[in-house]
Design a binder for this molecule. Structure first.
Ligand SMILES: NC(=O)c1ccc[n+]([C@@H]2O[C@H](COP(=O)([O-])OP(=O)(O)OC[C@H]3O[C@@H](n4cnc5c(N)ncnc54)[C@H](O)[C@@H]3O)[C@@H](O)[C@H]2O)c1
Length: 357
């Protein structure tokens, strides 16, 4: 048995491959374009593992995807591939429309052509047969006030950034391919992830690495934007559970029940670093905190109601914020060569040489 996963040289996808292969013999074919966010060093330990096949390519390349589907006959396709950084979407939304909207459209069409030709037994939506699982975000729901209830699957979509609008569009396409063509789809919408292999443009790795390098720790606006944080392995286990037991055509909200203001997250990181790797001058890392102009259209609060995942699929996160964030800091301290490869850009030179990426 084989699954085809896209975007698994990135943060969540690479963690998914590790989590998956730790408990399954099933082969993973990993299709990734290797944008700036794709880093094969995230999968270095799987170099000699025959259960992982890496293919360099774009989800929007229909010929390539058709070839992979014919060759490997996967029993499921999981789509992690996306442009994922809100700040980049503000400065250059085109790439987000290209991959998140058009890329997902092309992928759906390739998968539909494959699925249509599968034997009848593989097309019965009530059986454990073919599935297309689309990985999405809580940001499609827009923003909450301090007193609003967390987002449920029934909340309307109200995306506010080019990133979230492009993800919302992809979710709608996935939904329509189910309702119109019967494609057996599942969609997961998850809150903010953190953990190993997180590219240091995002808040948590950025703060850890800037703190250690003696650089400012930038806080947008007043730092009171609230996010619901989930340790990445818990997200990966949730996706595997949805693939295993989710009901075709349904969406599942995944969250950590861990609402934290950005400023509190940064103070927590500083306190852990003070303990695990104190500054040479004995001062607190929190002294490096610097307030910068807020991001335009910055959503104030996200929070997920993950009770459907819990009640219907028996999933709950294993990590609390305290255990997950400590593991994350420890991982960055223990994996200096990965950090150096990413921060020096050496991984890009390697990719250019091998893939002309
Ligand atoms: N990071 C989070 O907190 C979070 C939370 C909820 C949902 N998500 C969603 O999870 C998915 C993965 O997020 P991430 O944080 O790992 O992103 P990431 O930016 O770290 O990784 C994205 C990966 O997709 C690849 N990619 C980009 N365009 C591609 C294309 N056209 N064809 C093939 N591969 C392509 C990149 O090379 C990279 O390896 C995304 O769909 C994102 O929207 C992320």
């Amino acid at each position: 048995m084989t699954i085809l996963v896209t975007g698994c040289a990135g943060f969540i996808g690479s963690n998914f491959v590790h989590t998956w292969l730790a408990s399954s013999k099933e082969m993973v074919v990993n299709l990734d374009k290797l944008t700036y966010a794709g880093n094969l060093a995230n999968l270095d330990d799987l170099k000699d593992d025959k259960r992982h096949v890496f293919v360099h390519g774009d989800i929007g390349n229909r010929d390539l995807v058709a070839e992979l589907l014919t060759q490997y006959q996967p029993r499921a396709v999981l789509n992690f591939a996306a442009e994922s950084h809100v700040d980049r979407s503000i400065h250059g939304p085109g790439e987000f429309i290209q991959t998140n909207v058009l890329g997902t459209f092309n992928l759906l069409e390739s998968v539909r052509a494959y699925w249509t030709k599968l034997p009848e037994s593989n097309r019965d939506v009530n059986q454990q047969s073919f599935r297309f699982l689309h990985v999405s975000t809580d940001e499609v729901y827009g923003t909450l006030s301090a007193t609003d209830a967390p987002f449920k699957e029934t909340n309307p979509y109200e995306p506010n950034s080019p990133y979230s609008a492009s993800k919302a569009a992809s979710d709608h396409l996935v939904r329509a391919w189910h309702h119109t063509y019967g494609l057996p789809v599942l969609t997961t919408n998850c809150s903010n992830n953190y953990g190993p292999y997180h590219f240091p443009e995002k808040l948590i790795p950025l703060v850890i690495l800037n703190a250690l390098a003696g650089k400012p720790l930038p806080i947008y606006g007043d730092g009171q934007q609230v996010r619901d944080w989930l340790y990445v392995e818990d997200h990966c286990r949730a996706i595997a559970r949805v693939l295993e037991a989710g009901k075709v055509g349904e969406c599942y909200n995944i969250g950590g029940w861990n609402e934290k203001a950005n400023l509190d997250v940064v103070h927590t990181l500083c306190a852990i670093l003070d303990e695990l790797q104190p500054r040479a001058d004995g001062r607190a890392y929190a002294e490096q905190i610097t307030y910068v102009k807020d991001r335009p259209g910055h959503d104030r609060r996200y929070a997920m109601d993950a009770s459907k995942m819990e009640q219907e699929l028996g999933w709950r996160p294993r990590e609390t914020f305290d255990t997950g964030i400590r593991k994350t800091v420890q991982w960055y301290l223990a994996n200096q060569s990965w950090v150096e490869g990413v921060t020096s850009g050496a991984y890009r030179q390697w990719l250019d040489k091998h893939y002309g990426a």
